[in-house]
Design a protein around this ligand. Structure first.
Ligand code: DLL
Length: 441
């Protein structure tokens, strides 16, 4: 195992590097991004006020809305002739958020993704099958550059066309596969339809992320593919994939590339910074970015931080698996529920496939959840006609009971036929919110 020096550095060394990089970043944004200058002036803060990492708390937060307001390039810190690339993430509403990179930014990003692939088990010389989408989304190109940087033979398949994915996996014999967990399951399903067993492929390591997934989903994928599945996290506003990566040795939390990104956890309501171990909204400050430095970016993702030693030998701070997004948290009759919790318990039900959707509706003033699940192919074909209704009834009761006792909310469960829930080629759509459609159900 090759460890980058910073990955095993002492806390005091890491903090020394972080402080000097933070001071540089703060001076840079103050001089080059009018939005930040205004924000700092408004609070009476000068770059020289940042004397310790604690002083980070003096700085203002940046929100997605700030990026939208300065669409497309208003928060960039370098002139256009220094940019070499832009990416964008599609918002569910309004304009996308656009991010820019200098050549140094691309180099830094390639380095951290190379590190991430190594953390996940990839080795130089092996084939890496990259099924993340190429384009404005950072997944495809992010993993691509990192894979090449580490010296893997990179197969730039992109998302879509599962048949071709299968042929290339069979013919090129990759050791590593990358994609969203939902799409990787989708490919496995297509293989099974062709009478093939994904567990028999050459793939040993999976680098999966870009959407929330549960521990149970990891178990399903690992079983189906006979591989080690590790979680990769990132977001375009911060750089793209590679902000944090789970190690294949320990598989319990993601090592943050904290020489480049300074994490905090805040209470999303009071905005107070929370201590290690407490769950809250993840916030990142970039420490080395040139084109698009970002201060205290509120990711909207819910996680916690841990500074405990990891069995892999790395000393970098770890973030927990993302539990969900602040805005995805469902409040059903006063009870908070994250879709990932629903997923976790749902996947304990043997008869179901790992595909589901939550449909949110409103009856009068009450929020209601319909949980759409899908029965497994083999269970469905094994059903005898006259038993069908009874079996579906009993299964519905069982799932409703599991949800009520684990997530503490009542959900209306709808059991669907195999393959009826839409499959994803990128990020899965798990929630359909029909509450503001004007239609009262
Ligand atoms: O999804 C970057 C990425 C690409 C990460 C490939 C990992 C692999 P965006 O499209 O900007 O960037 O979306 C960022 O996706 O704020 C999270 O809500 C979610 N997300 C990303 N990784 C994970 C993960 C890419 N491992 C948003 N677990 C983030 C849960 C994730 N959610």
């Amino acid at each position: 195992m090759i460890l980058h020096e910073i990955e095993t550095a002492s806390r005091s060394n890491v903090e020394k590097i972080q402080l000097s990089r933070l001071q540089q970043t703060v001076s840079n944004v103050y001089s080059n991004v009018p939005f930040y200058k205004e924000q700092f002036d408004h609070r009476g803060i000068k770059p020289e006020d940042i004397q310790s990492l604690e002083d980070l708390k003096l700085l203002p937060f940046t929100r997605k809305a700030d990026l939208r307001q300065h669409y497309p390039f208003g928060l960039f810190a370098v002139p256009q002739n220094q940019l070499v690339r832009v990416h964008a993430s599609s918002g569910t509403s309004g304009k996308p958020t656009v991010v820019g990179y200098t050549q140094n930014d691309i180099d830094m990003w390639s380095d951290i993704v190379a590190r991430a692939i190594a953390i996940g088990g990839g080795k130089p010389g092996e084939f890496l099958h990259n099924a993340y989408g190429y384009g404005l989304f950072t997944g495809g190109l992010g993993l691509h550059y990192g894979s090449e940087r580490l010296g893997l033979v990179t197969v730039p398949v992109s998302g879509g066309n599962a048949e071709r994915q299968i042929t290339l996996i069979e013919d090129f014999q990759p050791a590593v596969i990358c994609g969203t967990p939902s799409y990787i399951l989708n490919i496995a399903e297509k293989m099974e339809e062709q009478g093939k067993d994904p567990a028999q492929t050459s793939v040993k390591y999976g680098i999966f992320g870009a959407e929330p997934w549960s521990e149970k989903m990891r178990q399903k994928i690992e079983e189906k593919w006979n591989l080690k599945a590790c979680d990769i996290y990132g977001l375009s506003e911060v750089i793209g994939p590679g902000v944090a990566m789970e190690c294949h040795e320990d598989q319990s939390g993601l090592h943050i590339a904290e020489d480049h990104f300074l994490p905090e956890i805040i209470d999303p309501v009071t905005l107070e910074v929370l201590p290690p171990g407490e769950e809250g909204e993840l916030v990142f400050t970039s420490l080395t970015k040139e084109a698009f430095p970002i201060i205290r970016y509120r990711t909207g993702d819910i996680a916690s931080l841990s500074y405990n030693e990891c069995s892999c030998g790395r000393t970098t701070v770890k973030m927990s698996r993302v539990k969900g997004r602040v805005d995805d948290m469902l409040i059903i009759r006063g009870v908070n529920v994250y879709p990932s919790e629903v997923e976790h318990y749902l996947l304990t039900v043997e008869e179901l496939s790992p595909h589901y959707q939550l449909h949110l509706t409103r009856k009068g003033t009450l929020d209601c959840v319909e949980l759409h699940v899908e029965i497994k192919d083999e269970v469905f074909t094994g059903l005898q006609q006259n038993m069908e209704h009874e079996m579906i009834y009993l299964l519905t009761q069982k799932i409703q009971h599991i949800m009520k006792s684990s997530c503490l909310v009542s959900m209306e469960v709808k059991i669907n036929q195999p393959k009826s829930i839409p499959r994803s080629e990128g990020k899965a759509v798990r929630i359909l919110d029909k509450r503001n459609s004007g239609i009262e159900v």
